[in-house]
Design a protein around this ligand. Structure first.
Ligand code: F6R
Length: 593
C-alpha cells in the first residue's frame, strides 16, 4: 500500500526511497538509493515488510547526496523511532552540534536525522509530549510523519509550511503529502492546520494544538482524478510551478539570512579570500544564462567587481583569459548541462575556484565544482523553467550582497533595508500572481501574433531576454529581446501597424528613456504591453495593457517583473493549444553539446 502511494508521487522526481513499518513491536526499515523500482525489488513488492502501521518516503535531496544512507526514514540509534520529512529544518546544524555534544551519533548528512534524535531525547513514554517539545526546537518549513515502535497502532504527523493531508478510508486511515498518494483508497480528506499534531489510527484521527487542545476539521470530498491531482489541481505543471514561486523564493532565502546578516555557509571561502577575488565569470545556458545577465548588473552595482557573463557554449571555445584570483560562478537547474559542465572543467584546469548554483543535489556539476550553493526550488517538471529561474536569481542576490558586505560596500542602514526588501519578495510575488486573470485576458490579444518584441534597459533587458525565451519556447511564436536603446540602430525597421511590444521598465533612473522608446514604436503602430513600477503613470498611460509591480529595491525588480511574463507565455501557449509542459524539440536536461 505504501509503495503504491509512493509510486503516485513519482512525478515529483526522486532519487531514493524508503519504508518503515512496525511489526511485532519492532521497527523494520528498508531504504534504497535510486528509483522506487529498486526499493520495490528489495522488499519484493513490499511483502518483506509486513506491518499494521507504516511510513514511506521518496526523496528529492536537499541535504546530502542521494544514496541509501541519506534516504528516509531516519531513526534514532536504538531504532525505536522513525521519521520521514518533506521540507527543510533550517536550524539543523546547531541542533546537530547540540545532539552530538550529548553523545548522539549521526549516520546521514540529512537535516531529518536531527528530528529522529531530538525525538529520542524528549521521548519519556508520552509521544505527543515528545513531538511538541521537538516542534518547539526546530525551525523551517516541514511536514513530518513519525512512528514510535512502542505505539504500534499510531502514526504521528505535523505540518508547517509544507503540505500534509489525511485520508479517511473504509479499512484504515492515511496520511500523505499529496492527495494523489491515497486517491486509490479514499477521496475523503482532512486538511490539518499548521502546527497541529495528528494522531492517526486505523479507526480514528485525533488532532491537537501545541497546547494539547483538541481541534476538529471537516471532511472534504476530493473531486480530482489522478492526473489533475498530481498537478495540484492545475492544468499544467508549468502553472503549478509558477504558483509555487513564493515558497521557493522563501526557502532559498530564509536559511541564508541570520541575525541581520547574509550567511552562505556553502561558499567555503573566508571573508579574506572573498575580498581577494578580482573578477567574476558567470557561465550558464538558456534561462540560467539570463539570471547570470541580471547577476552581472547586480554584482557590479553592489560589490564593484568586474563581471563577465558568458553562454557556456561560447565560453568553452573562446579560450577565456582566466586567472587564479577569478571566481567562476556556474548556474544550472539540472546540474547536468553538458556545456556548463565543460565550463566547470575549463575553469578548474585554469586554477580558478568554481562556485555552482544548482538545484539538483548530487548532480554532476555539483560534484565537479569547488563549492555548491543549492537553490531550493524542488523538482521542476515542466521543461520551461520558472521556479528554478526565480530561485537562481535569489541565490545571485545573496551572493552579490555577501561580496558587497565583505568588500565594505554594504553595511548599516543600506544592508538592513536591502534585507527587508528581500524578505518581502515572497509576499510580493504572491501579489504579482494575483494578476493571473488580467494577464490571461491580455494573452488572448497576443495568441495570433506572428512576432513579439521584448524591450528593456539594464536589468530590464535581462528580464526581456527571459520573457522572450519563455514565450518562443512554449508558444512557437517568434520573439526577440532587444536592449531598448538599440532599436533605433536597425530593429525599429520591423515595427508596423499592430506589432506587439512587451516593454519592461522597473528602473526609476531609466523610466524616461524607456518611455521615449515606447513612444517611438507606438508612433509606428505598435501595441504595447508594459510591466512597470506602481505609480509610473506616464508609462501606464502610453501602454495599451499594463501590469504594475509593488515597491522594492530596483536591483530585485527582476523577481517581480518576470511573473507576468511567465504567465503571459503560459496563457498564450495554452490558448494556442500547445503542449505547454513538453514543448517540441526540447528536453529538460541537455546532456549533449
Ligand atoms: C528554458 C530552459 C533552458 C534551461 C537551460 C539550462 O526554459 O529551461 O533554457 O535554462 O537548458 O538548463 P540548466 O539550468 O539545467 O543548466
Amino acid at each position: 500500500m505504501i509503495l503504491e502511494g509512493l509510486e503516485r508521487l513519482e512525478y515529483r522526481g526522486y532519487d531514493s526511497a524508503g519504508i518503515a513499518v512496525i511489526d511485532d513491536g519492532a521497527l523494520r526499515i528498508t531504504k534504497a538509493g535510486g528509483k522506487l523500482e529498486v526499493l520495490n525489488g528489495l522488499t519484493r513488492g513490499g511483502t518483506t515488510l509486513p506491518g499494521f502501521a507504516g511510513i514511506g518516503h521518496t526523496r528529492w535531496a536537499t541535504h546530502g547526496v542521494p544514496n541509501e544512507v541519506n534516504a528516509h526514514p531516519h531513526y534514532n540509534t536504538a531504532k525505536t523511532i522513525a521519521v520521514v520529512q518533506n521540507g527543510i529544518i533550517e536550524n539543523y546544524v546547531a541542533l546537530r552540534k547540540r545532539l552530538i555534544s550529548k553523545g548522539y551519533q549521526f549516520v546521514s548528512e540529512t537535516d531529518t536525522e536531527t528530528v529522529a534524535h531530538l525525538l529520542d531525547l524528549y521521548y519519556k513514554g508520552n509521544p505527543l509530549e515528545a513531538v511538541i517539545k521537538v516542534l518547539q526546537h526546530i525551525e523551517g518549513s516541514y511536514a513530518l510523519s513519525i512512528l514510535f515502535a512502542d505505539q504500534p497502532d499510531v502514526v504521528y504527523g505535523v505540518r508547517k509550511g509544507c503540505p500534509l493531508i489525511l485520508g479517511i478510508g473504509e479499512d484504515g486511515n492515511f496520511m500523505a503529502s499529496d492527495v494523489t498518494a491515497i486517491l486509490k483508497h479514499t477521496r475523503r480528506v482532512i486538511y490539518p492546520g499548521e502546527m497541529e499534531i495528528v494522531e492517526l489510527k486505523a479507526d480514528g484521527v485525533r488532532i491537537v494544538t501545541m497546547d494539547e487542545e483538541e481541534v476538529t476539521h471537516g471532511i472534504t470530498e476530493v473531486a480530482w482524478d489522478i492526473s489533475a491531482a498530481e498537478k495540484g489541481g492545475y492544468k499544467h505543471y508549468m502553472l503549478k510551478e509558477i504558483m509555487e514561486q513564493p515558497r521557493v523564493v522563501r526557502d532559498t532565502l530564509s536559511p541564508r539570512i541570520r541575525d541581520g546578516r547574509i550567511v552562505i555557509e556553502e561558499l567555503g571561502m573566508s571573508d579574506e579570500e572573498l575580498s581577494r577575488v578580482r573578477r567574476v565569470f558567470m557561465v550558464a545556458c538558456g534561462s540560467a544564462y539570463h539570471t547570470g545577465v541580471t547577476g552581472r548588473y547586480i554584482f557590479e552595482n553592489l560589490a564593484r567587481i568586474p563581471v563577465e557573463t558568458d553562454l557556456a557554449s561560447e565560453f568553452i571555445y573562446r579560450d577565456p583569459l582566466l586567472d587564479r584570483d577569478d571566481l567562476v560562478v556556474v548556474i544550472s537547474q539540472s546540474g547536468e548541462t553538458k556545456d556548463t559542465l565543460d565550463a566547470v572543467k575549463i575553469a578548474r584546469e585554469a586554477g580558478c575556484k568554481v562556485l555552482a548554483i544548482v538545484n539538483v543535489v548530487g548532480s554532476t556539476i555539483a560534484r565537479e565544482s569547488d563549492f555548491v550553493m543549492y537553490t531550493q526550488a524542488g523538482p521542476e517538471i515542466s521543461v520551461a523553467t520558472t521556479k528554478a529561474y526565480s530561485a537562481q536569481l535569489i541565490a545571485l542576490y545573496l551572493l552579490a550582497m555577501k561580496f558587497a558586505e565583505v568588500r565594505g560596500f554594504l553595511h548599516g542602514r543600506k544592508l538592513r533595508s536591502m534585507l527587508d526588501d528581500l524578505m518581502k519578495l515572497p509576499e510580493q510575488i504572491e501579489l504579482m500572481l494575483g494578476n493571473r486573470d488580467k494577464v490571461q485576458r491580455i494573452a488572448n490579444r497576443f495568441i495570433a501574433a506572428r512576432d513579439v518584441f521584448f524591450i528593456g534597459r539594464g536589468i530590464d533587458y535581462a528580464i526581456s531576454l527571459e520573457g522572450s525565451l519563455k514565450l518562443k519556447e512554449i508558444s512557437y511564436i517568434h520573439s526577440e529581446a532587444y536592449a531598448a536603446g538599440e532599436l533605433k540602430h536597425g530593429t525599429i525597421a520591423l515595427m508596423e501597424e499592430g506589432s506587439l511590444v512587451a516593454a519592461v521598465s522597473t528602473q526609476p533612473a531609466l523610466h524616461a528613456k524607456l518611455l521615449s522608446n515606447i513612444v517611438e514604436v507606438k508612433a509606428r503602430g505598435a501595441v504595447i504591453f508594459s510591466v512597470t513600477t506602481m505609480g509610473n503613470r506616464e508609462i501606464e498611460e502610453a501602454s495599451d495593457f499594463c501590469v504594475t509591480l509593488p515597491e522594492t529595491n530596483p536591483l530585485f525588480a527582476n523577481s517581480l517583473a518576470i511573473i507576468p511574463l511567465q504567465m503571459l507565455a503560459y496563457y498564450i501557449s495554452d490558448g494556442r493549444g500547445c503542449d505547454v509542459d513538453k514543448p517540441r524539440n526540447l528536453a529538460k536536461s541537455v546532456t549533449v553539446e
